[in-house]
Design a protein around this ligand. Structure first.
Ligand SMILES: Cc1cc2nc3c(=O)[nH]c(=O)nc-3n(C[C@H](O)[C@H](O)[C@H](O)COP(=O)(O)O)c2cc1C
Length: 204
């Protein structure tokens, strides 16, 4: 399902198409597509080019799918079961080239997922990320080295056709989450004072 498209440039079109569905169809995602999505993700920037992200993936047919699925909160399990591909993003805690904690690992992994997500959208797919899962269970169920920690789960899939959904599901899928205006977070010298509204900034 697409939102009304009023944007003309490619990036704006991708951004406006992206959202986080809760109903997917059962169309499988090929290894080629998976590789295209994360090839885009890996082009993202990271502190010292550490690329601290790792991903564990499980398609619904994989024997280890349930090991990941059972880590999700019941609320997430309810809708996740409609998606063909489930994953968890992990990050490396310390820099490889120096013995120092990488404070930017979450930030870098977020950028990686943002790039991957936009590539998925360009291929007609959607990504829905989740904080609602047990980190401990992920670490119990998979052989993850101590140096890595699980941070976010996600699913990838094709959004379900609205006609295939119940009225309640359709209404939920058609809701769009509001965004704060740029003025809410873009400041200059004074906190809470919009940078864009400051008198010394030219308006063009
Ligand atoms: C790190 C992260 C954690 C999230 N956790 C959950 C979650 O546990 N369950 C859920 O349904 N959605 C989750 N979301 C989805 C957000 O609620 C959603 O991205 C936000 O409301 C904006 O909506 P949109 O993505 O449709 O634009 C998460 C998103 C992110 C980025």
């Amino acid at each position: 399902m697409e939102k009304k498209d009023t944007n003309t440039d490619l990036l704006s079109r991708l951004l406006s198409k992206r959202w986080s569905p809760r109903q997917f169809d059962d169309q499988q995602i090929s290894k080629k597509t998976i590789s295209q999505i994360f090839d885009a993700g890996k082009t993202s920037m990271s502190c010292f080019n550490e690329q601290p992200w790792r991903v564990i993936l499980a398609s619904k047919d994989d024997p280890h799918y349930n090991k990941l699925f059972e880590c999700l909160t019941p609320g997430n399990q309810q809708w996740v079961q409609t998606a063909p591909l489930l994953g968890v993003v992990l990050v490396k805690k310390h820099f490889t080239k120096k013995d120092k904690e990488n404070r930017h690992r979450f930030y870098d992994a977020g950028a990686f997922m943002a790039f991957s997500t936009l590539k998925a959208v360009s291929l007609g797919l959607f990504v829905h990320q989740m904080a609602g899962f047990s980190v401990e269970k992920v670490h119990q169920n998979f052989p993850i080295p101590d140096e890595f920690e699980a941070i976010t789960c996600f699913v990838i899939g094709h959004a379900a056709n609205l006609n295939s959904l119940s009225k309640e599901q359709r209404e939920q899928e058609q809701k769009r989450t509001p965004r704060k205006p740029v003025n809410h977070f873009l400041f200059g010298a004074n906190w809470d004072e919009s940078y864009l509204d400051a008198s010394h900034i030219s308006s063009d």
